[in-house]
Design a protein around this ligand. Structure first.
Ligand code: ATP
Ligand code: MG
Ligand code: FE
Length: 348
C-alpha cells in the first residue's frame, strides 16, 4: 500500500510517504530553533509552526516521492500521545486531506510508529517484537505480538524519560537544547569512567524492567554544583560521558534481560535517544554477547518524523485494520497499548 504519514506530536512537522516497507519520502520542518531560548518546547509556538509548515511539507514529501495524491491508499496521522494543540494540527490536516481525496484516514500511535519505522530500514519486524523505546517523553520496554493491534508494556520509567534526562543534564552543563545530540558529541571526548554516577533501579529487588533517571539527573546536578562551588572548571566532556554511560548501561542491561526472560532473540531500539552513539555501540556489544539480533534505525528515523507514521499506516492497510472515522480526535495521552484508533462504534 501507498501511504502518506503526518507527524505533529511535538516540535517536528514530519510528512513521509512509503510504499509497503519502502521509504519514498521523509520531509521534515522543525521549530526546534524557536524553542531553544526557552530551554524546552513551548506548545503554543509548536502548534503555530505546524500550522505554517503543514501544507508546504506535504507538498515537499509528495514531490520527493514522485507520487500523485490520488494514487494514495490512505493517509496516516499521529493521533497521540503528544502535545494536544500540536497533535490537533496534524489530525485536522490529515482528515481534511484524506476527505478531499476520498481516501481513508488512519489515526495511529506515535510510540508504535517509533517501533514500526525500523521496517523501512531492516525489513519486516519479527513477531513478537521486543522494543526499547527511549525518547523525550517515554522510556519503556515493550513486547509487541502485533504492532498494529497488540503492544504490551513490560516496564517503563517511574520518573523522567531518558531523553528528558539528557535535556536536563545539558541544561545543567549549559549546553543548550535539545541536550541529547550535544551530550553525545561532548561525551566522545570524555572518560565514561571518570565519575561513578548512580544506576537507578538496578538492585536485585528493583522492578526488573522499570527505569528511573531522576536520581541520576540530580546526582549530576549536585556534582556540577559542587565543582563550581569549589571554583573548579567543570570537566564537561567527562561529566557528559559518565552520565551517558550510566543511562546506556541501565537501558541495555534491562533490555537484554527482557529478551532473555521472554525468549525473544532480537531487540529493536527506537525513539530519539536511540540516535545516541554510545547507546548504539553498547547495545551492539551486549546483544552480540547474548546472541540477540539488534535492530536500530538510522538516527534520522529515530527522532520524530513522518515516515514512521506512514510505515505504521501502511502496515494497518496491509493487515486490513479498520480506518478511523471522521470524528478521529487528537488524544494527548493515547495509551501505548492502542497502536491505532479505529472507527468508534456507531452510536444507537
Ligand atoms: P516522545 O516520542 O516521547 O513523544 P519526543 O517526541 O519529544 O518524544 P523524539 O524525537 O522521539 O521526541 O526524541 C527526542 C529526544 O531524544 C530528546 O530528549 C533528545 O534530547 C533525545 N535525543 C536526540 N538525539 C539524541 C542523541 N544523539 N543522544 C541522546 N539523546 C538524543
Ligand atoms: Mg524533536
Ligand atoms: Fe517521538
Amino acid at each position: 500500500p501507498l501511504v502518506l504519514g503526518i507527524e505533529t506530536s511535538c516540535d517536528e512537522t514530519g510528512v513521509g510517504v512509503v510504499r509497503g516497507r519502502t521509504l519514498l519520502a521523509d520531509a521534515i520542518a522543525s521549530s526546534v530553533d524557536e524553542h531553544a531560548r526557552f530551554g524546552g518546547v513551548v506548545p503554543e509556538i509548536a502548534s503555530r509552526a505546524h500550522l505554517e509548515a503543514m501544507i508546504p511539507t506535504i507538498d515537499r514529501a509528495l514531490a520527493e516521492a514522485g507520487v500523485r495524491p490520488r494514487d494514495l491508499d490512505g493517509v496516516a496521522v499521529t493521533a497521540g500521545p503528544g502535545l494536544a494543540g500540536a497533535l490537533l494540527v496534524g489530525v485536522t490536516a490529515a482528515k481534511a486531506y484524506a476527505y478531499a481525496l476520498g481516501k481513508p484516514v488512519y489515526g495511529v500511535n506515535h510510540l508504535a510508529s517509533h517501533i514500526c519505522v525500523d521496517q523501512l530500514e531492516h525489513g519486516e519486524l519479527p513477531e513478537p517484537t521486543m522494543a526499547l523505546l527511549v525518547s523525550g517523553g517515554h522510556s519503556s520496554l515493550l513486547l509487541a505480538p502485533d504492532i498494529t493491534t497488540d503492544v504490551r508494556p513490560l516496564g517503563s520509567t517511574i520518573d523522567d524519560a531518558a531523553g528528558e534526562a539528557f535535556d536536563k543534564v545539558a541544561r545543567v552543563l549549559q549546553l543548550g537544547f535539545p541536550g541529547g545530540p550535544v551530550i553525545d558529541r561532548y561525551a566522545r571526548e570524555g572518560d565514561p569512567a571518570a565519575i561513578a554516577f548512580p544506576r537507578g533501579l538496578s538492585g536485585p529487588r528493583d522492578a526488573p524492567y522499570d527505569f528511573s533517571f531522576s536520581g541520576l539527573k540530580t546526582a549530576v546536578a549536585r556534582w556540577v554544583e559542587a565543582a563550581r562551588a569549589e571554583g573548579e572548571r567543570v570537566p564537561v566532556a567527562d561529566v557528559a560521558a559518565s552520565f551517558q554511560e550510566a543511562v546506556t548501561d541501565v537501558l541495555t542491561r534491562k533490555a537484554v534481560r527482557a529478551c532473555r526472560d521472554e525468549g525473544v532473540d532480537h531487540l529493536m531500539i527506537g525513539g530519539g535517544v536511540a540516535a545516541n552513539s554510545r547507546l548504539r555501540a553498547m547495545a551492539e556489544k551486549r546483544c552480540a554477547e547474548a546472541g540477540i539480533t539488534l535492530r536500530v534505525p538510522r538516527p534520522k528515523l529515530c527522532t520524530d518524523n513522518g515516515a514512521m507514521v506512514a510505515a505504521l499506516g501502511a502496515e494497518m492497510v496491509a493487515r486490513g485494520r479498520s480506518a478511523s472515522d471522521w470524528g478521529l480526535p487528537a488524544d494527548s495521552s493515547l495509551p501505548v497499548t492502542e497502536p491505532h484508533v479505529p472507527a468508534s462504534p456507531a452510536r444507537p
